[in-house]
Design a protein around this ligand. Structure first.
Ligand code: ATP
Ligand code: MG
Ligand code: MG
Length: 557
């Protein structure tokens, strides 16, 4: 969304600023429900809300929309705070909780009852739903709709005091059962839930619904622009109606929030509802919320995504009003673009086969200078050890290579990066028929800086010294689902489309010794292989790397 005039949300904000609304303030909010870990869709919303705050010199609140004690947990609160900060954003002051407003919301509910705008309904949720009508047919008014103010006040107090069981009573707004907008047909404001809340404990057994909570929380905090996803567009009249009701008879406030909707982010080859992500975690299909295959922020972080790459992705996706599905390849493109600029180049051999230089002295070690990052001179150089015995990738050698294979084969020459040109003289197989050792000679005149160093050979291979390398485990990830829209099939469960090969663990990898002291989340380009980061499972004597993304870009620009 980077037209010269800005995206449509920016245009709306600028219009409000020009008209002097809200005393010139811009305050947005990011309002997650703490019932799961954040995913890439939330990241879009975070970048948007905090980005607008930065652009207009305002602020952005972090507010936990914690009105349903049955699904919420402090573990989620902590993870959400961590993820927002990791993305590079800081909220205004302390984090906020909708549950902090329960007293105020209760008072406003009483105000509505006193105005004859709310009533207690004894019907079950099913009965109420069955009376909703259809968009073209009016609903049926509840037989409790015309209770007196006194009776409603008494029943609501008794609801609050715990005299009724769950489902026995609800508080409803009295609006219009014939409204063409289904959300205006006497929506539920409060329901009874006898459950401890992670913040308010057992103080409450009635909890406000989203529609009666969100706009009022925005108002309490002085939010000016309440940005949410498109499915809430039909809730907007109700958002405004509740604000009108609570503000009636009050002096005009300096700020009044308005809701603006944008299209939610959808990604192919994954699922993004917290319900489904939770199912993957609970059934052990993935290894937790931060499994590197998950579209969660914590999963992407562990996979090796950088905050920069996720912010760039959110920017590229832009802000739309119409639903769209974004290609996973764009997300991968964004991390590749960032890591290409920043990731140090190192040597790692994932599937090693030994290569012996028969004319190289046995105890000799040459420390070859290697450039850390050709895209960034400031990253300097390092020394890598070159020895008689090396490892190369098994698939860089073929016994009977075709013409177009420019790597190693009997009688062929290749260059070893930062080393010498070598020639394959022979090889040995084990009794399983696998190539076990490759014997080569090296040309001592071809080390860089030497007279023959520019001699042309077609292939260049990466390698590590067999005596100096360190063992490592490498985890290769692929898409978690084989279908573009796994949750989009009416007759099939999304889990039927899981990719059985989404994780491949290689336990026999060899990496260059400079990686010895690397720390979790350090990122690298394994030359000729891909981008990798250090997994937090790494211990002092066991290095674990995750493949973030391969080198090959499939994003069609
Ligand atoms: P889910 O369907 O995954 O449970 P949710 O909308 O119920 O998502 P919330 O915790 O309520 O989850 O979301 C917090 C904020 O993030 C909301 O403002 C919501 O609109 C926004 N958000 C959630 N998913 C997306 C998405 N896919 N794209 C953009 N914004 C999103
Ligand atoms: Mg929600
Ligand atoms: Mg949800």
């Amino acid at each position: 969304g980077s037209s010269p005039k800005g995206n449509f949300i920016e245009q709306e904000i600028e219009k409000d600023l020009k008209e002097g609304k809200n005393g010139g303030a811009v305050l947005t909010r990011f309002p997650p429900e703490p019932n799961g870990y954040l995913h890439i869709g939330h990241a879009k919303s975070i970048c948007l809300n905090f980005g607008l705050a930065q652009k207009y010199n305002g602020g952005c609140n972090l507010r936990f929309d914690d009105t349903n004690p049955t699904k919420e947990d402090v573990e989620y609160v902590e993870s959400i705070k961590k993820d927002v900060q990791w993305l590079g954003f800081q909220w205004e002051g302390e984090e906020k909780y909708a549950s902090d407003y329960f007293d105020q919301l209760f008072e406003w509910a009483v105000k509505l009852i006193k105005k004859g705008k709310a009533y207690v309904d004894d019907q079950s949720a099913e009965e109420i739903a069955s009376q909703k009508g259809t968009p073209t047919q009016p609903g049926v008014e509840s037989k409790y709709r015309n209770r007196s103010v006194e009776e409603n006040l008494d029943l609501f107090m008794r609801m609050k005091n715990g005299e009724f069981k769950e489902g026995e009573k609800v508080l409803r707004a009295k609006i219009d059962m014939a409204s063409p907008n289904m959300h205006m047909r006497d929506p539920i404001m409060y329901r009874i839930i006898h459950k401890s809340h992670h913040r308010t404990g057992d103080k409450w057994c009635i909890y406000p619904m989203y529609d009666f909570t969100h706009g009022q929380s925005d108002f309490i905090e002085g939010i000016t622009h309440s940005i949410c996803t498109m499915e809430f567009e039909v809730h907007r009249p109700l958002y405004d109606w509740f604000l009108d009701q609570i503000l009636e008879g009050e002096p005009t406030p300096e700020r009044r929030p308005r809701q603006i909707e944008f299209a939610r982010l959808n990604l192919n080859y994954t699922v993004m509802s917290k319900r489904r992500l939770l199912e993957l975690v609970e059934k052990g299909i993935v290894n937790g919320w931060d499994d590197p295959r998950m579209p969660t922020i914590s999963g992407l972080r562990r996979r090796g995504y950088t905050p920069e790459s996720i912010r760039a992705f959110a920017e590229r996706v832009g802000v739309a009003k119409r639903d769209n599905i974004i290609d996973m390849a764009l997300l991968e493109h964004c991390v590749r673009e960032d890591l290409n600029k920043r990731a140090p180049r190192v040597n790692a051999v994932l599937d090693p086969v030994k290569l012996i230089l028969t004319n190289y002295p046995e105890d000799k070690v040459e420390w070859m200078e290697a450039i850390n990052n050709p895209e960034d001179e400031s990253q300097g150089t390092r020394k890598i050890p070159f020895t008689r015995e090396l490892y190369i990738e098994r698939n860089d050698f073929m016994e009977n290579p075709p013409k177009k294979f420019f790597r190693l084969g009997p009688g062929r020459e290749v260059r070893l990066k930062n080393g010498y040109i070598i020639k394959c003289e022979d090889y040995k197989k084990n009794d399983k028929g696998e190539v076990e050792e490759i014997y080569c000679t090296f040309d001592p005149e071809t080390r860089s800086g030497m007279p023959q160093s520019n001699r042309k050979v077609k292939g260049t291979l990466h390698w590590v010294s067999a005596s100096h390398c360190i063992p490592a485990e490498v985890r290769l990830y692929d898409r978690l689902f084989l279908d573009e829209d796994p949750a989009g099939h009416k007759d099939k469960d999304f889990k039927e489309f899981l990719n059985p090969d989404s994780l491949k663990i290689l336990t026999n990898c060899k990496v260059e010794p400079s990686l010895k002291d690397s720390k979790p989340l350090d990122f690298f380009q394994f030359q000729r292989v891909g981008y990798f980061c250090v997994d937090p499972d790494t211990t002092e004597d066991h290095l674990v790397f995750n493949r973030t993304v391969s080198l090959k870009d499939t994003w069609a620009k």
